[in-house]
Design a protein around this ligand. Structure first.
Ligand code: NI
Ligand code: MN
Length: 229
């Protein structure tokens, strides 16, 4: 058992055997309520280099002495900014405290625009986190066939999937993804933060019900809400 709090967009705090924060985009996030200084965590998982995912990673990692898990190229950058960093890469796992963090594929881009030029953010990624419960945070991604393998191999009980469309899967793709991943609970993310990714999550619920006959449950969270998973 664990507690899961949605902080808005793709930012979640999982409190299982350890406290694990995902993609902490809080400052400048129009829907987020929590302040970076209020967050207490042991680790931060960053899926890719875009600013709506890196967010407040460095300040939160530093003030909590938390370790950041990210793809190699991003990890070097976090280290250079003074954060404790565990660079890793797709397919690999790291045992961290009482949890296990595995990096999996995501189909997206990851370059960072800063000082008027593009810097590499390495490959985009998703995470499988085992910390009392197994959670799949898909990051920003389109649908890819190995989502079925991720479901079969890691057997996540919770899947956090982007549904915002345009930059990631939309509702139809994400519903299909949910049906092949086959987690007990699916939680939509990366929608309605900005007008360009406005979505009605109840349509996601309806699509999944059609595809799985009610076998896969969708939990629509409110920003700031905490649930047991
Ligand atoms: Ni992105
Ligand atoms: Mn994004």
């Amino acid at each position: 058992m664990a507690k899961l709090t949605w902080l808005g967009h793709s930012a979640f705090l999982l409190e299982g055997k350890d406290r694990i924060l995902f993609d902490p985009f809080l400052s400048g996030n129009p829907v987020a309520k929590a302040k970076p200084s209020e967050i207490k965590t042991d680790m931060v998982c960053v899926s890719h280099g875009h600013s709506d995912h890196v967010g407040d990673t460095v300040s939160i990692a530093k003030s909590n002495r938390a370790t950041v898990f990210s793809i190699f190229e991003l990890g070097i950058g976090f280290e250079a900014q003074g954060a404790k960093s565990e660079p890793m890469n797709i397919g690999g796992s790291v045992k961290a405290r009482d949890s296990r963090i595995t990096m999996v594929n995501a189909l997206h881009s990851s370059d960072i625009f800063e000082n008027n030029k593009l810097a590499t953010g390495g490959n985009p990624a998703g995470f499988i986190v085992e910390s009392g419960v197994t959670v799949y945070h898909a990051g920003d991604t389109g649908y890819f066939g190995d989502m079925r393998w991720i479901g079969e191999f890691y057997k996540p009980s919770v899947a956090l999937l982007p549904i915002g469309d345009r930059y990631t899967m939309g509702i139809k793709e994400a519903a299909y993804a949910a049906s092949v991943i086959n987690a007990t609970t699916v939680i939509p993310m990366h929608y309605s933060t900005f007008p360009l990714i406005e979505q009605n999550p109840t349509h996601f619920q309806e699509e999944i019900a059609k595809l799985t006959g009610g076998k896969v449950k969708v939990r629509i969270m409110k920003v700031g809400e905490t649930i047991e998973v």
